[in-house]
Ligand binder design. Sequence first.
Ligand SMILES: [Zn+2]
Length: 263
Amino acid sequence: MRARHLDYRAVMDDRSRSAPTALAGLAGLAGLSLLALTACAPAGAADAAAVPAGPAAAAQDAPAVERGARSAADPQLPTYTAAITPVGAADLPASWRPGCPVGPQQLRLVTFTHVDLAGRVATGRLVVREDVAQPVADVLGDLYAARFPIAQAQPVDVFGGSDDASMAANNTSAFNCRQVTGGTRFSEHSYGTAVDLNPVQNPYVRGTTVLPEAGRAFVQRTPAPGVVLAGDAAVRAFAERGFSWGGDWSSLKDYQHFSLSGD
Ligand SMILES: [Zn+2]
C-alpha cells in the first residue's frame, strides 16, 4: 500500500520557548507537536501477512478469513502520522557545523509513526533535506503499512553526532555532516539525502569489516524482522521515490543505506 493521500497540517516548532543551548535545542526537537493526519486506505491482506505479529495483531476471535485484513488483524493500530517541521542550528549541535554542504534552513525534521522490533507503535524522527522530506515521509508510511519494523529513529545528535554510536544503538538516521565511511569526502548523509535503516540488521560490509559489530550476525542475508532484502517492501518504497540501495553495490555492501544520488 502506498500512503498517497496524507493531509499534512504543518505544526511549527515554537522556538520562542527553546533556550539557546544545544541541549535545549534537542529538547525542542523532542517536544515537537505531532500532527494528526488523515490516513491512507487500509492495507491489503498481502501487506498484513508480511507483518510480524505484534500486540495489536492478536485478533484471536476474528474469523480466520478476516485475520489477514488490517482492520481485523490490527484493530488498535493507530493511523500513520508524519509531521515535517523546520530545524535550526541549535537543533543540530553535533550533526551540523558551518562549512557543511547544506545548512539548517535546507533541512527538515520528519516526525513519524513506526512499528518497532517488538511490534509496538513508536514515534521516530529523521532529519533530511527539505526536498526529500515529503518523499521520505511517504516511504515511512509505506514501511508502516507493511509493518516493516524500525528499531528506533532519532537524530544523530542524540548520539553526539557519532555514526558509530548511532549504528551500535541500531538507530535509523539520515542527516549527519560527516565523511564517507573509510574516506575523506562528504558522505551523502551530509546532504540529508541518505537514510540508514536498522544498522544492526543491515550492516556495512567491506571485506572483513562489518559495522556495527553486532551486524556480524546479519552478514548472511536471511529474512528476519528489520532485515532489508532485495525487492522487499523497504527497497521498493525507497526506489519509488528515487532512492537506491547500498545492498546493490558491488564493491562493498551497505545494507542499511538508501540514497538519492546512489552514493
Ligand atoms: Zn548511510
